[in-house]
Design a protein. Structure first.
Length: 224
């Protein structure tokens, strides 16, 4: 289970103090497909970052599969993230000097998955995202939607226990978006992966459970 209790996070920036998250408590059971919704600036990305240990909350704790991640040492946290987490960033962050296939294979290499198993898995993922033709392309040669599809493949390549996805369908047309979401759902079904996705897509929130509603950093709704 993913459990958040009393998560609070503020940023001090050029705009002064911004309270991005206020006292968020919620839980997501293993194997669920959860959605986070809310307008721009409501705290969706910050919440995902806190859940994945990429941001440290000012107060409160996040428990992922029994581990309080903010109590891990930096090296243990890296290991935990490398093994158990897949992250699809809102702005995409493929490594510009690696090809599409190398980007997808990176989490496999980091987890010691090498040789034929690695090659086969990359090939299957490339066909899942319909980008076999781009195997040796570099990220700057891809469209926005193609970049997003590669980011999805890379996030699920090592079959993480928790997939955190930040508006992964935002740059995709409806049918490609559906395919990408189906790919994630298949992963959830086949490997018991839990998914938490920030999204504005009503088609996704309609079938997600729970739906976590945020407004100005506050939890306004949690539908099971
Ligand atoms: N690193 C940061 N430094 C300063 N302020 C930040 C930082 N990250 C987020 N914020 C602020 O925290 C608030 C929540 O931001 P967040 O990115 O979580 O919103 P969001 O719901 O993901 O928005 P969007 O839909 O536009 O992606 C915003 O007011 C934002 O400006
Ligand atoms: Mg965001």
């Amino acid at each position: 289970m993913i459990q958040l209790s009393h998560i609070t996070k503020s940023f001090r920036s050029g705009r002064g103090q911004v309270k991005a998250l206020s006292d968020i408590s919620l839980s997501v059971d293993i194997g669920r497909f959860a959605a986070i919704e809310g307008v721009s600036g409501s705290g969706k990305s910050t919440l995902l970052y806190c859940i994945g240990g990429l941001e440290k909350p000012d107060r409160g704790e996040v428990r992922c599969f029994g581990t309080i991640i903010h109590r891990l040492t930096p090296s243990k946290l890296s290991l935990f993230q490398r093994r158990h987490l897949g992250f699809i960033f809102q702005r995409g962050n493929l490594l510009s000097y690696l090809t599409v296939a190398e980007n997808i294979g990176m989490p496999l290499t980091l987890n010691g998955i090498v040789g034929k198993v690695r090659d086969k898995r990359i090939e299957a993922l490339l066909s899942d995202i319909d980008l076999k033709s781009a195997t040796n392309a570099l990220p700057h040669e891809l469209s926005g939607g193609e970049t997003q599809r590669v980011s999805v493949a890379r996030a699920i390549a090592h079959r993480p226990r928790l997939l955190l996805a930040d508006e992964p369908t935002a740059n995709l047309d409806t049918s490609t978006g559906r395919r990408v979401v189906q790919l994630m759902r298949d992963l959830a079904k086949d490997h018991g992966c839990t998914i938490i996705m920030a999204t504005h897509d009503k088609e996704i929130t309609d079938t997600a459970e729970p739906v976590i509603g945020l407004k100005d950093g506050q939890l306004i709704r949690e539908e099971k």
